[in-house]
Every structure is written in structure tokens, then in C-alpha cells.
Design a protein around this ligand. Structure first.
Ligand code: SPD
Length: 356
């Protein structure tokens, strides 16, 4: 049995070295979570999935573990060595069996809302995600789960809803419920907007989609017009702030609601604390945070991303590994939010976000 204090010291040292190299804050707990994931799978992308840490941190921790002779690489997989088992014997594997297989951890019965089959058929013809706009869509189950959660929280019936960026086709799913008063979808990608409007027309849905570059100020008439927003903002701090402020700028006020997809793969908890401050200082409170809620289908351009480049082994990414957290917010005091122009051309990249 390894001395527990020695193991903790080793975690601290690895965290310190990983932080120095990545320039991202890393705690011993972060390293512990990565080690737990390494005990569970040899596939790099599943280690990211199980540990829920930014990719540069996972990649560097794995490099350091290899350098110290704890693990080795074999056929683009990570193999643990005896020294690893001894040193970190107190850290258990990630126990995915604890996640409810029925709801996949979301706490939602996606069949109850009654649009599952129809949405599933519609989405088969959706445009493919492209790298230019950092697209990557969540599974149809995840889209239905999101709309079901909105229904559960009383955020759909007779509500005016704006979707800011919609490669997940949330607007279509919302309109299929026939509950909202109004659904407006904005997205920079004309392919998505044309697809959404074609579906709306052929199915007679109350849904309007418009091509819009969300870096630009929104039309004046959107100010204080909506009850609910839905967005999956880029997570570079400035871009996140601009997207959230604009989304809140569209809300009527106290009692209005927002649904935000946030990851722990493109953002550390330290960045999250900054991102959460942006939400709270705009007059909102966070009412729900559900991990692993949005499960992403793998995108074709993965091998052209920084994430792929820095991966220490090129494990196949052939099962779902990129997931995001569903965050629900509600406005509790007079919102403070601007509708500003974002000048930066590249809104997706910072030290932690690498999947673009
Ligand atoms: N790069 C592919 C997928 C990107 C999805 N980003 C989700 C961001 C949520 N805030």
C-alpha cells in the first residue's frame, strides 16, 4: 500500500508542472480526476469525457505521467504500468454504471413530449457541421431532452422564445410542440436557416429563422421582447460575455429565462468562475446545472483541430466523447445587459478552447 501523503504530493507536483506548461490553472483534484479516467479507458477522447477537463490539461498530464514512467503508449492508446497502479491505488475508476441508463443522467424522459419520432425523421436531412463556425450538433435525443426540460420548467407554453445560434435544431423541436407563442432562430449559416425555414413551411410551424452574424448588434425591436432564450455560446471569455449579454438584452425582465450550453472540455472550472460572474452580474441566477446533458455527434473536421494536434496519442474518436452541461438561468432583478458589436474576428479560440 502506497503512503497516501506521497501520492498526494505527486498529484500536487504533476498539477504544478501541467499548469506551468499549459498556462491553465490545474489543481491536484483535476489530476486525480484524470488519473481516475486513465484507469477506466485507454482512449484519449474517453479520458477527456470521463475526466471533464480541458484538453490541453488532459494532454499535458498524460505526457507527464508517461515521462515519470507511470504509463506508456501502445497502438494510439494509453496503457497503465505497475508503478501507476501502486502510486495511485487509492483513486478508483470512473464508475459510469452509476449513471441511469434510461435517462443517461439527464433526469428526463424524452419520449413523453410526443415529438420524438417526427423530430428524428426531420433532422436526418440537416446540413453537416462545418469548422468555419465551430459547428457540432448535439444528438437528436439531446435536443429533445433540452426541449423536454424547458417544458418541465414551464418555459415553453405561450412563451416568446429566441434561439441564438441553432445547429442543434432546437427551434424546430420547440415549434413541433405547438406550445410557444413565437420562436425566432438566428444563425450565421444560411444552410441552417434555409433548412429551418423549409421545415417550418412544409410542416406549417410557427417558426421564423433569419441569417444573422451574432457578433453584430441585434435589431432594436428584439430588446425586452422575449420570455426565453436558448444559446450555446463560444467559450472564449469575451465572446461568451457578448453572447450572454445580448441574449439577456432580448429578455423581458424579472422571471425571464435562459438556457445555456457550457462545457468543461473547452473551459476549466477557473474560467467557469469568470463565466458564471458574467451571468450573475447581468441580473440572473443559475437555477439548474445538469452535467453531460448535451451529447455531441462527432464532427468530420476533428482531425484539423488544435485538440487533435495536441492529443498525445491519436486514439479514434468514434464514440460520443464531447458533452456539455445544461445551464438554466432566471432573471431575478433588472437586467444589466448590452447589445454590442464584437470586433474580434476569431471568437472561438483561447488557451482552453481547442475543439474549433
Ligand atoms: N467544435 C465542435 C463543437 C463545438 C460546440 N461548442 C459548444 C459550446 C457550448 N458553449
Amino acid at each position: 500500500m502506497e503512503n497516501h501523503k506521497d501520492s498526494l504530493k505527486e498529484l500536487e507536483q504533476i498539477a504544478k508542472n501541467a499548469e506551468k506548461k499549459t498556462k491553465i490553472k490545474v489543481s491536484p483534484k483535476d489530476v486525480e480526476d484524470i488519473i481516475s479516467a486513465v484507469k477506466t479507458t485507454g482512449n484519449f477522447w474517453q479520458i477527456v469525457n470521463f475526466s471533464q477537463k480541458p484538453i490541453p490539461v488532459v494532454a499535458e498530464t498524460i505526457r507527464l505521467l508517461k515521462k515519470s514512467g507511470y504509463i506508456d503508449f501502445e497502438n494510439e492508446n494509453i496503457k497503465v504500468l505497475e508503478k501507476f497502479e501502486k502510486k495511485f491505488d487509492y483513486i478508483p475508476k470512473f464508475m459510469s454504471e452509476l449513471i441511469c441508463p434510461e435517462c443517461q443522467g439527464r433526469g428526463i424522459n424524452i419520449k413523453a413530449i410526443g415529438i420524438y419520432e417526427e423530430f428524428f425523421e426531420i433532422q436526418k436531412n440537416r446540413p453537416k457541421p462545418i469548422q468555419e463556425y465551430d459547428q457540432g450538433n448535439i444528438t437528436p435525443d439531446s435536443t429533445i431532452a433540452r426541449v423536454s426540460m424547458m417544458r418541465l420548467r414551464g418555459d415553453i407554453a405561450k412563451k416568446k422564445i429566441i434561439v441564438l445560434g441553432d445547429d442543434d435544431l432546437v427551434g424546430i423541436a420547440l415549434a413541433l410542440t405547438e406550445l410557444p407563442e413565437e420562436v425566432v432562430v438566428l444563425d450565421i449559416d444560411k444552410r441552417l436557416i434555409d433548412f429551418t425555414n423549409e421545415v417550418a413551411q412544409s410542416k406549417g410551424l410557427k417558426l421564423k429563422a433569419e441569417v444573422f452574424d451574432l457578433r453584430k448588434p441585434l435589431p432594436r425591436e428584439f430588446n425586452r421582447r422575449f420570455d426565453v432564450f436558448v444559446t450555446d455560446p463560444p467559450e472564449a471569455k469575451k465572446a461568451f460575455e457578448t453572447f450572454i449579454q445580448k441574449s439577456i438584452w432580448c429578455l423581458k425582465g424579472v422571471g425571464s429565462v435562459g438556457y445555456i450550453g457550457m462545457t468543461l472540455i473547452d473551459s476549466s472550472l477557473y474560467k467557469w468562475s469568470e463565466l458564471q460572474k458574467i451571468i450573475l452580474s447581468s441580473g440572473a441566477v443559475i437555477t439548474d446545472i445538469i452535467r453531460d446533458f448535451n451529447k455531441y455527434e462527432n464532427w468530420d473536421y476533428h482531425q484539423n483541430t488544435l485538440a487533435w494536434k495536441i492529443a498525445p496519442v491519436k486514439s479514434p474518436a468514434n464514440t460520443i466523447w464531447y458533452v456539455s452541461v445544461m445551464v438554466r438561468i432566471q432573471i431575478v432583478r433588472k437586467p444589466v445587459a448590452k447589445n454590442t458589436l464584437m470586433k474580434d474576428k476569431d471568437i472561438y479560440i483561447d488557451t482552453e478552447s481547442t475543439t474549433t
